[in-house]
Design a protein around this ligand. Structure first.
Ligand SMILES: [Zn+2]
Length: 728
């Protein structure tokens, strides 16, 4: 009897030593971490998330407003109560933008004064809040003009080319453009109109994009009603984000400031925004050629390009001036590695109530911090330091995060393990996760351990919604091919701009992750994006708010407690190879096979073979390091000194993707793998890609050489790391 029992125990011990392991963890630390995560995920609550959300969305809180300052102080107090340390409210005096008076009036052939207001609905008392503003576009120039109106569809360069073919000159005129699909950032529409010589620009929400063409509208459905206005900024933050008067340095007290006239990111054009309610009277009076078929929108009219019959009087009076922005910061100091930081952040400023954007994210963040605070009160502390930040001015120009990132650049470059961004946390049930290539496998791994409200794992729910999302396939040329999405392409590793991850990734070279749940959502940046909308359509039970707090927290804890940071450079290298192959003249020429298949990969006069070979070597070194790390961790406890040296090395990989000169023409953007187009769309290998598109082969070769050198540097780094692990 006794003997048998002992035998059984022996089997159990042996099984435990080979038991399940999280990436970057030994078997023993996995068991510990599973306990920690189990405790943590039991803490966030939908009721609490809803309470936070109600409070945050009770009043408009744009950047620079007194209400947004009050919310900063509220969050600081809340974090102290929740048990967070080192709570600081940072103040940055930045160039802000608020409306004084905006008017758009059709003066010919009939008079029509646009209301530029959103209609209230009795079912939703918030829509009667007197502090809601009319429609405006932040950072518009001030001025006044009376001029003919021209319809320029999405306001992108190719649209103006079509107008030109029809003999329509927009110089000195006012253009009216639509918010468009695929999305192009309104600041790019403004820059394009400015470059084409237009005197002013009006953007409106056509029902084809986010209104009745899509489905039932507010307050009966999630889509935008007749008078909904998509406010927003037109700052040229794709050139340089943050405070326009301190481009590339922090706007702290005493900082040097340039003038608004010198600032590259401040538009020179007047711009206003409209609902389709106000745009329709103008559009139906237009004369001139009938607009092309794919320019016709969702209104029951014939869209015309504009032959001069409609004249509008546009008047914009903005208060563009320096105002304080407030970034709230707090931390849980790490027990073992206080100088390795995991950062979680969300912006606080909203155009109005910010039901989805961003107060859903802020509510999730306050649940995240409450749960982590509770854990610390019971004596469970993270090994590395976890920092949280509530950003300001994101909507104006990614301002708060950029200034904070610039202020602490030197520390962040050395200490920041990863930045986990949540802007909007929930507008529906469909998860979308993005990450740099090295962190994509971690996001996948964590998604398997969490429970989706639909009853399956988050991973399974994610796979299902991704398979139904045809836009994923359209982007890769697969047309309407629906079906399974393989694990490798589930995480979006093509990271553009438009949120607070930008400074950390593009300027500081730190790894980033972005998380959101989305769904049908037609009230973006309007006053209908509010508490009522969330409770009727977006996330009525606050279950996705809660799941976001869990996911965000588990990712933070997984990074904070790992023995070896869970980066996967084999995956990253494979991604870089894929980005390079997309530049080959003949698509598919590179193939999926070995290096020999890349023999002919050229982009015009640029030979991409050396870069592909270097990416292949980096990927191989990444796989080798992963094998060595897995073997060491599976064998048991890793020597602390060895682990520290290894972590130090692998944290440097992301920094090595920075080019000190930045990408050609945009020196603030230093990352060689990732940037955004002016539309905010993702742009891989920006230096090489933009040069190839311009057929500037000299620049393309220079950029490719920089990439080859960075790949070689990182390959050597990974090989040293693997060798260090094997050394006794
Ligand atoms: Zn946002």
């Amino acid at each position: 009897m006794k003997k048998v029992l002992l035998l059984c125990l022996g089997v159990i011990v042996a099984a435990a030593a080979q038991g399940p392991r999280f990436t970057g963890y030994t078997v023993a630390s996995t068991v510990r971490q599973q306990e920690i995560e189990k405790t943590f995920t039991s803490l966030p609550s939908p009721e609490k998330a809803r309470e936070y959300h109600r409070f945050l969305t009770s009043d408009p809180h744009p950047a620079g407003s007194e209400r947004n300052h009050e919310l900063a102080l509220y969050i600081a107090e809340e974090w102290k109560r929740q048990g967070w340390q080192d709570v600081v409210v940072h103040r940055y005096d930045v160039y802000n933008s608020a409306p004084r008076q905006i008017s758009v009036e059709m003066v010919e052939p009939v008079r029509y004064a646009a209301g530029l207001r959103e209609a209230p609905y009795d079912v939703d008392p918030d829509t009667r809040n007197p502090r809601v503003s009319g429609g405006y576009l932040a950072m518009s120039a001030s001025g006044e003009v009376t001029a003919p109106l021209v319809y320029a569809r999405g306001g992108n360069p190719e649209d103006y080319d079509v107008l030109e073919k029809h003999g329509i000159d927009v110089r000195g005129k006012v253009v009216i453009v639509r918010y468009s699909n695929p999305y192009s950032y309104r600041g790019f529409k403004a820059l394009t109109a400015e470059r084409r010589g237009a005197a002013g620009m009006i953007i409106y929400s056509d029902p084809a994009e986010d209104g009745y063409t899509k489905g039932a509208v507010f307050p009966d459905g999630p889509w935008g009603p007749e008078t909904h206005l998509q406010r927003g900024s037109i700052t040229y933050d794709f050139i340089v984000p943050g405070d326009p008067l301190t481009p590339g340095w922090a706007s702290v007290e005493g900082a040097r400031r340039i003038t608004p006239e010198e600032a590259q990111s401040v538009p020179k054009i007047m711009a206003a925004v409209m609902s389709w309610h106000d745009a329709k009277p103008l559009l139906e009076q237009m004369d001139g050629p009938e607009a092309p078929k794919d320019w016709q929108g969702g209104l029951p009219i014939t869209y015309r390009l504009g032959g001069g019959r409609v004249k509008v009087h546009l008047k914009v009076d903005m208060d563009n001036s320096v105002k304080p922005n407030y970034v709230v910061e707090a931390r849980l100091r790490g027990t073992d590695l206080p100088d390795e930081w995991v950062l979680a952040g969300n912006h606080r400023d909203a155009w109005e109530f910010g039901g989805v954007d961003p107060s859903s994210g802020t509510a999730s963040m306050l649940e995240l911090t409450r749960a982590l605070g509770e854990m610390v009160k019971t004596g469970i502390r993270p090994r590395r330091t976890i920092i949280v930040c509530s950003w300001d001015g994101e909507e104006v120009g990614l301002t708060g995060s950029t200034e904070w990132g610039e202020q602490f650049a030197a520390d962040l470059a050395k200490k920041l393990v990863a930045y986990l961004n949540v802007d909007s946390s929930a507008s529906g049930p469909n998860f979308q996760g993005s990450a740099v290539g090295s962190l994509a496998p971690l996001l996948l791994e964590v998604s398997r351990t969490l429970q989706d409200p639909s009853g399956v794992s988050l991973y399974d729910a994610w796979k299902k919604s991704a398979a139904a999302d045809t836009s994923r396939f359209a982007a890769t040329g697969g047309g309407e091919r629906k079906g399974a999405v393989d694990d490798e392409s589930l995480v979006d590793t093509r990271i553009g701009s438009g949120s607070d991850h930008t400074v950390f990734l593009n300027a500081l070279g730190r790894p980033v992750i972005g998380l959101t749940f989305d769904g049908p959502y037609g009230v973006y940046h309007s006053m209908y994006d509010n508490f009522y909308w969330m409770n009727r359509f977006g996330d009525p039970g606050y279950r996705y708010h809660t799941l976001m707090a869990q996911l965000w927290g588990v990712l933070s804890l997984r990074l904070a407690n790992a023995d070896v940071l869970p980066f996967d450079f084999g995956f990253y290298g494979r991604d870089i190879g894929m980005f390079l192959k997309e530049l080959c003249d003949k698509p598919g020429q590179g193939g999926a096979a070995g290096a020999s298949a890349f023999a002919g990969c050229r982009a015009g006069e640029l030979d991409l073979r050396p870069a592909l070979t270097a990416a292949g070597e980096f990927a191989a070194a990444g796989r080798e390091l992963k094998r060595a790390t897995d073997a060491a961790l599976a064998a048991g406890e890793l020597d602390r000194r060895k682990a520290a040296a290894l972590n130090r090395r692998i944290m440097d990989v992301e920094s090595n993707w920075l080019s000190s000169d930045g990408i050609p023409g945009r020196p603030w953007f230093k990352h060689m793998l990732y940037a955004a187009r002016y539309t905010y769309a993702h742009l891989e290998l920006p230096g090489i890609t933009e040069a190839v598109e311009k057929r500037d082969w000299r620049t393309a070769r220079g950029e490719a050489t920089k990439l080859v050198n960075a790949l070689a540097r990182n390959t050597a780094l990974l090989r040293e790391a693997a060798a260090g692990l094997k050394r006794r």
